[in-house]
Design a protein around this ligand. Structure first.
Ligand SMILES: *Cc1c(COP(=O)(O)O)cnc(C)c1O
Length: 409
């Protein structure tokens, strides 16, 4: 395949203008939009306005005048359109980890005579850590069970209160069947918490079609909400009024400004707020969400499938002699927004690529992960990237990176 072919693909791409909405990093082909999305230009403009006018001039009046006070709800309603939820079922707030804790404790309240929380050993670590924190606080009420993904069915029984799963595997990009698993769990009276961190803004999600119970997700990945952006929590309408939030902060109170001593939960999704909303972070998140809504997830997904399939095809034809082994599903229907390869020296390879401007991720022990974010990744980037990967691997210089210091330690 020649570069011409890829440039033609870009010309025909209905989403091509969206790339211009971002600050583009120099000399970089960015494959980490699933870890930290790129910065939209509109975010800078909107933040400047908020800081100068709303904060600078309006000050405390802006909580009401500029509707700061309901921004978590407003953005939650926008996110609900990306994940098949209704208005009033999603709130943008806190981090994913904190929202997992809210959901976990809520499931225990909803399923009072059960005490097992089930998850998988390939789940994202923070999900498992939050479970461990909860169990350590109330070891009699909560017993964690961590099993292999392919064994889940075996453990679905009437002792299990909740099943906590991540829809898209953070290492391999494999998509679990949300509808099938939710149904199987419900047949045993088990509530399901879906972590949508690598799903939202990348693949179509339809929570209510699956009769889902709880979901959480991340704001700084495909939503391009900025580093440490607020996350979101979905609680199905049918469960909301049964839950008395454990993280019962004043912003989730029915009348926070009564300053009464007694906690009384607000109606609906508002009760899942805890403290004062991080307004600047929320505004940045909203800019990212607006862009995704404009691009439309269905179109983003179509483009991502083409990009990632071409990437796999090129890697396997041009880099076949370099010991990369595809660990993402080959079936595009089971593969979400990133493509991962196993390589025995994955760390050195990813460091060498980073030094050539190919920014992806390394996931221990040996996975090189390439996030495909179709808002700004072009077809020609795929062609260029694989060519650079080939050049890098051909010159043995990449081996000099074996002893690099990890940027994360
Ligand atoms: C990125 C990610 C998170 C992030 O959690 P934070 O508390 O927001 O840092 C959680 N779960 C999964 C599956 C993720 O991929």
């Amino acid at each position: 395949m020649e570069k011409k072919y890829f440039i033609e693909m870009d010309k025909k791409d209905p989403l091509k203008e969206f790339r211009n909405h971002f600050f583009l990093p120099k000399n970089t082909i960015y494959f980490d939009g699933n870890s930290l999305g790129m910065a939209p230009k509109i975010t800078k403009k909107r933040m400047e306005h908020v800081i100068r006018k709303e904060w600078g001039q309006g000050l405390i009046r802006s909580w009401a005048d500029e509707e700061w006070g309901i921004s978590g709800q407003r953005i939650g309603n926008k996110i609900s359109k990306l994940i098949g939820a209704n208005d009033g079922e999603v709130i943008a707030a806190d981090s994913t980890s904190i929202n997992i804790y809210k959901a976990l404790t809520a499931t225990i309240q909803c399923n009072q005579n059960r005490n097992i929380i089930l998850s998988t050993n390939d789940n994202f670590p923070t999900d498992l850590y939050m479970m461990q924190g909860l169990q350590s606080f109330s070891p009699n009420e909560v017993k964690n069970k961590i099993v292999n993904k392919d064994e889940i069915d075996k453990y679905l029984d009437e002792r299990v209160a909740a099943l906590l799963l991540t829809e898209v595997d953070y290492k391999t990009g494999e998509i679990l069947s949300m509808s099938e698993i939710t149904k199987k769990a419900h047949d045993k009276g088990i509530l399901v918490i879906w972590d949508l961190s690598h799903s939202v803004g990348s693949i179509p999600v339809d929570l209510n079609k699956c009769a889902a119970d709880f979901a959480v997700g991340c704001g700084y990945k495909f939503l391009n909400g900025g580093p440490g952006a607020p996350a979101f929590l979905f609680v199905a309408k049918k469960h909301q009024e049964k839950i008395r939030p454990i993280l019962s902060g004043w912003m989730g109170h029915k009348n926070p400004f009564d300053f009464s001593i007694e906690y009384k939960p607000a109606d609906g999704i508002d009760r899942f707020l805890c403290g004062t909303p991080p307004l600047l972070g929320l505004i940045a998140l909203e800019c990212g969400v607006d862009l995704i809504l404009k691009a439309k997830v269905s179109r983003l997904r179509q483009k991502a499938v083409k990009l990632s399939s071409l990437f796999i095809e090129l890697m396997e034809s041009m880099c076949s002699e370099f010991d990369f082994k595809l660990v993402s599903p080959r079936d595009e229907n089971r593969r979400a927004g990133h493509v991962s390869f196993m390589h025995h020296s994955g760390f050195a390879v990813s460091r060498a690529l980073a030094s050539k401007g190919i920014v992806g991720d390394f996931r221990a022990p040996n996975i090189v992960r390439f996030g495909i974010a179709p808002m700004y990744t072009r077809f020609q980037d795929i062609f260029d990237a694989v060519n650079i990967i080939r050049e890098t691997m051909q010159s043995d210089l990449w081996k000099n990176h074996e002893n690099d210091i990890s940027p994360y330690t």
